[in-house]
Ligand binder design. Structure first.
Ligand SMILES: Nc1ncnc2c1ncn2[C@@H]1O[C@H](COP(=O)(O)OP(=O)(O)OP(=O)(O)O)[C@@H](O)[C@H]1O
Length: 265
């Protein structure tokens, strides 16, 4: 199993054309930590995740276990929202084995690894099915297994449960908590859902709205798992984060002239 790596962001920024998307982002993520990124739509959460993945060049410095990120690498795995990320012409087993095959891992070893990770995500019974035969939740489980089989020390998740119905999302949230603990990897998870962040994260990082988006607040969540939304500590945290994001949305609407001063609390 993989260990978790630390991730360090120093003065990270991105300007595209005349658009200052983000600026001055400093964040130190501990090895094995679960960090959720929240913020108003368009603030740059996915862009930041892509920068850690090495898909997006940014200014400043991003390093994993002290080593500068210069592009994608097997130490970082990315789970996308869309289950289209699976190859539709391959079975779950073949999808999960795919990366190992590219790396020349021997067939027996590949098979054993795929079975181990497909079991870990609770999909053993569907290992020979094709993506079209799976529900949305099962496809996301398969995508997670396909990433974990490479034993990344950092897993980057971009709204992985965003397209799922509420009940499936709840099941997968608790499964993810179990999977995270059993692998020990570091998780950086982008979501729009404040409850999802509170139920999963060690720390919830809230970003300001752009332009020049940066970190607004960091909440440490010192609560045991499984967390209960009815817990007063969770409710208080929810109210604080909702107010932080709400203030950003209000600020943007006001700047765009879409909200009158007196209607703002
Ligand atoms: N390659 C690019 N070229 C131009 N603009 C870009 C590029 N990548 C990101 N942006 C802009 O950067 C901003 C942040 O986008 P991003 O998708 O990261 O935000 P987000 O917080 O993940 O949004 P959402 O919550 O709606 O998914 C947006 O204004 C987007 O248009």
């Amino acid at each position: 199993m993989a260990h978790g790596s630390s991730v360090s962001l120093k003065r990270v920024g991105l300007t595209i054309g005349s658009n200052d998307i983000m600026a001055g982002i400093d964040l130190d993520i501990r090895a094995g930590e679960f960090v959720c990124l929240l913020g108003p739509s368009g603030c740059g959460k996915s862009t930041l995740l892509n920068a850690i993945a090495g898909f997006q060049d940014v200014s400043g410095e991003i390093s994993v276990d002290g080593k500068r990120v210069k592009g994608p690498g097997l130490d970082r795995g990315v789970v996308f929202q869309s289950s289209e990320a699976l190859f539709p012409w391959l079975s779950v087993r073949e999808n999960v084995e795919y990366g190992l095959k590219l790396r020349g891992v021997a067939s027996a070893e590949r098979r054993a690894a795929a079975e181990r990770y497909v079991s870990l995500v609770g999909l053993k019974h569907a290992i020979d099915k094709f993506p079209a035969e799976l529900s949305g939740g099962m496809r996301q489980r398969a995508q997670i297994a396909r990433v974990l089989v490479n034993e990344p020390s950092v897993v980057l998740m971009d709204e992985p449960f965003g397209a799922l119905d509420a009940q499936t999302r709840e099941v997968l949230q608790s499964e993810l908590d179990r999977i995270w603990k059993s692998t020990g990897c570091t998780i950086v998870f982008v979501t729009h859902d404040i409850w999802e962040a509170i139920l999963l994260a060690d720390r919830v990082v809230t970003m300001t709205a752009g332009p020049r988006a940066h970190i607004k607040t960091i909440e440490e969540v010192h609560l045991p798992h499984p967390r209960d939304p009815a817990d007063p500590a969770c409710m208080a945290l929810y109210a604080r984060i909702r107010d932080d994001i709400g203030a950003e949305v209000t600020r943007v609407l006001r700047a765009q002239g879409l909200l009158e001063e007196e209607s703002v609390k």
